[in-house]
Design a protein. Structure first.
Length: 285
């Protein structure tokens, strides 16, 4: 007669559950020269190869909780998809300003009536060199008496990214692991533009101005699988097709494409189980 038997084998296997991360940090930006087209009822001109710089905060603002969002910052939350691939969402807060006092090429037209229409001090009429018709080969001295253009309250990129983590090696003595990371992102650009034209200032509200894409990469130091510090870079392009220049309701707009390079430091925390041993039971007949 046949004999049936049931046995169980219990083994330990490592099951890696999903992990999450959050980080906050600060950065500096470097901008390539760009062409900027300005258009309204009173002007239609382009500045060519306009140089720009970022606007770093003072040192004390980086450590002042009340001014935590004043410097150029990165904030991001990410969730593991599978096998060290992550999907993340967050905001990159950039600041952009045309470099003061530069010689710049200009083409287009600025109505001479702009001197009186915009000029906050009507007694000053010595800026005629900034009005009239310009060929693309003309140049002028860009200075505040003419205009000032910057996204000082933020060229904010709301970005979704896909990233890959690549473990390098562990340092057991200090319970630290070193990883590389790389990824690509895409998102909307919301600008808060500060524009001064012939001494009249327009401090606009947040405005959806375009979209951007970027690649990012860097190195991360992870302590005890939880706390981490990373040093990274981002190389991106912003396509700003609808920059608000003057008051809400005005047709005054600007357009530009910005190529930037960013480097920064962020600190963060990893949530979830990074790895656990669970008993696995198998049955055999």
């Amino acid at each position: 007669m046949p004999i049936y038997a049931l046995s169980q084998n219990t083994t330990n296997a490592v099951k890696k559950s999903r992990s999450y991360y959050f980080y906050w940090g600060y950065h500096r930006n470097f901008y390539a020269p760009s062409d900027i087209h300005y258009k309204s009822e009173h002007y239609d001109f382009t500045l060519y190869d306009a140089k720009a710089n970022d606007m770093p905060a003072s040192l004390k603002q980086y450590f002042d909780v009340k001014n935590i969002s004043v410097p150029q910052y990165n904030v991001r939350f990410g969730a593991e998809w599978k096998n060290n691939w992550f999907i993340s969402i967050g905001v990159d807060h950039h600041k952009y300003r045309l470099t003061p006092t530069q010689n710049i090429q200009i083409g287009g037209y600025i109505d001479p009536s702009s001197l009186t229409y915009y000029n906050a001090d009507s007694s000053v009429t010595s800026e005629e060199q900034y009005t009239g018709a310009f060929s693309d080969q003309d140049s002028l001295l860009y200075r505040r008496e003419f205009m000032d253009f910057h996204h000082s309250n933020g060229m904010n990129q709301f970005r979704i990214s896909i990233e890959k983590r690549i473990p390098l090696f562990d340092i057991p003595k200090i319970k630290t692991a070193i990883e590389l990371y790389a990824g690509a992102g895409l998102g909307a650009i919301v600008c808060w533009t500060d524009f001064t034209f012939f001494r009249t200032r327009f401090l606009n509200n947040l405005h959806l101005s375009g979209w951007g894409m970027s690649g990012l990469y860097g190195v991360r130091f992870v302590h005890k699988n939880r706390f981490f510090v990373q040093y990274g870079f981002q190389n991106g392009f912003n396509f700003l097709t609808d920059i608000q220049l003057e008051n809400k309701g005005s047709s005054a707009r600007a357009q530009q494409n910005i190529h930037y390079f960013e480097r920064g430091v962020q600190v963060g925390w990893i949530f979830g189980n990074v790895g656990s041993k669970l008993p696995i039971t198998t049955s055999t007949n």
